[in-house]
Ligand binder design. Structure first.
Ligand SMILES: Nc1ncnc2c1ncn2[C@@H]1O[C@H](COP(=O)(O)OP(=O)(O)OP(=O)(O)O)[C@@H](O)[C@H]1O
Ligand SMILES: [Mg+2]
Length: 542
């Protein structure tokens, strides 16, 4: 053991005499055992410190990690809570600097003039460390690298005189190994957490993008396909614009699927669903304790999308307050978790989508011009459905077929007159509206049909005037206010949709659907008949 002035090691056996000889050994063995035990990081550090206290009789002890030129406490005993949230720069704390330089444990003379890093922070008597006291420390190394330090203070000036230097050195070596192990485990846990979140996001997007293929072979959609092929391979940021329901999200998925990042994740963020209060943490993550409710450290969407693609959907709704942070992340490829002062590098390709006219939003001061230019390196407009009526027939076949499968029907055909009115309609809600109109039409056309029977969709089944998208923007020529839908009918529409969703969720198993809806099977049958839903055939009602 190094002592910074001569003569303080005389009473070598004083302390060991007071303790059972086996205690230090037991404590060291405890640390060694913990190395392989499965414990949470905080538990590991607390146990390590416990073991230290059994070996070194002290009033305060602290386990610290080296981070650059600073020491950061991981666990402490006998210090006020504030001591744990401070950082200790080496240059401001000469005792810590001495400890980190010395290859062996250091014992400071009781009357050392060097300030104690924990002066004012002692739990029992805040300023006791200003006066004569015992202090020792040893640096922790692992694989030849200094990873941290262990310190102990005692008010009794001779408290450490009898400690065996070899035992202290062993303690330091074990503590270094324990600390590195804990950090490795922590890093692995974080990686696992990230992987888990990627998997969940992937599952979610797979569920959302059922079908997934971009239908349409007319000139307008061919141009969109060409643009997708052109831009996919580049790393350029793409801004997809177009009215609601035109297929912007589908286009974004297509770009990712055709890009070099196709084997990594496409992470979807709906900016419209991000309340300002959590938006930053959702995008960039947070550290534990960053705000009320942030119990654990959590990665944000940017980190999850690392090496993949981030789809910033409804980007026009992103709160202004967050726009500079997003801009910085895009410009520097660096993000900072909320509450952390460390930056992480991320490699993310960004695709943004919006149905707003972002240029106009910039003009109105609702969107930052610099962010707009950063996002719109390659602008891609998806045309509304009324500009590509040639695709309506193909899209209709696709949606009829999906409805047929969902409802377990026989062949579904579209009457020529019904097809004509689809082609002529205005479609303010675009492809989404077409999809909804057709699922409702199939439902009506199939009313009372047995499972497996063929179905013909006729104009009266389409009920185009009632489409909610139309109700939102009533055509001036419309003689009847479109939003007058009797409550009873709205309730029935809702019930019908709930039943269908349940049947679909359970893969056509009506008994399970009944359980899902919290009702008896026979009541579900009764309700389905009343709502005119196609009923399961024999043997299908498992
Ligand atoms: N070309 C297409 N082929 C097949 N399905 C399509 C096509 N375009 C859109 N859809 C379907 O229409 C629906 C709406 O598409 P999507 O969610 O991509 O629209 P959006 O432009 O993002 O709309 P919003 O602005 O309202 O978010 C989805 O169910 C999608 O699968
Ligand atoms: Mg969308």
């Amino acid at each position: 053991m190094i002592t910074t002035s001569a003569g303080s090691c005389e009473k070598d056996n004083e302390l060991t005499d007071k303790q059972p000889a086996a205690a230090p050994l037991e404590a060291l063995l405890g640390i060694a055992r913990d190395l392989t035990a499965s414990l949470a990081a905080e538990d590991r550090y607390a146990r390590l410190l416990d073991a230290v206290r059994r070996v070194v009789p002290c009033d305060a002890a602290c386990l610290m990690r080296v981070e650059g030129d600073e020491l950061v406490p991981l666990a402490a005993h006998g210090l006020v809570p504030e001591a744990l949230v401070r950082r200790y720069p080496r240059r401001d704390h000469p005792r810590l600097d001495v400890i980190l330089r010395a290859s062996e444990p250091v014992r400071f003379p009781a009357d050392s003039g060097l300030p104690d890093p924990f002066d004012g922070l002692l739990d029992a008597d805040p300023h006791a460390l200003e006066h004569i006291h015992a202090c020792l420390g040893c640096r922790l190394t692992e694989g030849g690298e200094v990873v941290g330090a262990l310190t102990a203070d005692a008010l009794e000036p001779h408290a450490f005189d009898g400690l065996d230097p070899r035992m202290l050195a062993t303690l330091g070596a074990l503590a270094g190994a324990a600390m590195r192990t804990t950090e490795l485990i922590d890093a692995l846990e974080q990686l696992a957490e990230r992987r888990g979140r990627v998997a969940r996001d992937l599952q979610r997007s797979a569920a959302l993008s059922s079908g997934g293929e971009l239908v349409g072979s007319g000139a307008a959609m061919r141009r969109v396909h060409e643009e997708i092929d052109l831009v996919a391979d580049s790393a350029l940021a793409v801004l997809i614009t177009g009215e609601t329901g035109v297929g912007k999200e589908l286009v974004a998925r297509q770009i990712h699927a055709a890009s070099l990042r196709r084997d990594e994740a496409l992470i979807h963020v709906n900016c419209a669903a991000l309340p300002e209060s959590i938006a930053e943490s959702e995008l960039f993550g947070h550290v534990a304790g960053a705000f009320t409710g942030a119990a654990r450290e959590r990665a944000g969407k940017f980190e999850i999308a690392d090496r993949g693609t981030l789809l910033l959907d409804e980007i026009g709704e992103l709160p202004l307050s967050l726009q500079p942070k997003l801009l910085r992340a895009l410009q520097q490829g660096e993000i900072q978790r909320v509450g952390s002062d460390r930056t992480h590098r991320v490699d993310v390709r960004v695709i943004a989508a919006t149905n707003r006219d972002l240029e106009r939003e910039v003009g109105r001061g609702r969107f930052r011009a610099d962010l707009y230019h950063r996002l719109a390196v390659y602008p891609l407009r998806v045309p509304p459905l009324r500009e590509r009526r040639e695709d309506i027939g193909l899209l209709a076949s696709r949606f009829l077929d999906e409805a047929r499968r969902r409802l377990g029907l026989g062949p579904v055909r579209l009457a020529a007159a019904a097809r004509d009115s689809l082609v002529e309609a205005e479609w303010p809600g675009n492809v989404r509206e077409l999809e909804n109109v057709l699922s409702r039409a199939v439902l009506r056309a199939a009313r009372g049909r047995a499972r497996g029977e063929s179905v013909l969709v006729e104009p009266q089944h389409l009920d185009l005037a009632r489409s909610p998208a139309r109700a939102a923007t009533p055509a001036p020529a419309d003689p009847e206010p479109a939003d007058v839908v009797p409550l009873r009918q709205r309730v029935q529409d809702f019930q019908r949709q709930a039943v269908l969703d349940a049947v679909e969720r359970t893969g056509g198993n009506w008994a399970a659907a009944a359980r899902d809806l919290g009702m008896h099977r026979s009541n579900l049958h009764h309700l389905a008949r009343r709502l005119g839903l196609p009923m399961p055939g024999r043997g299908q009602d498992r």
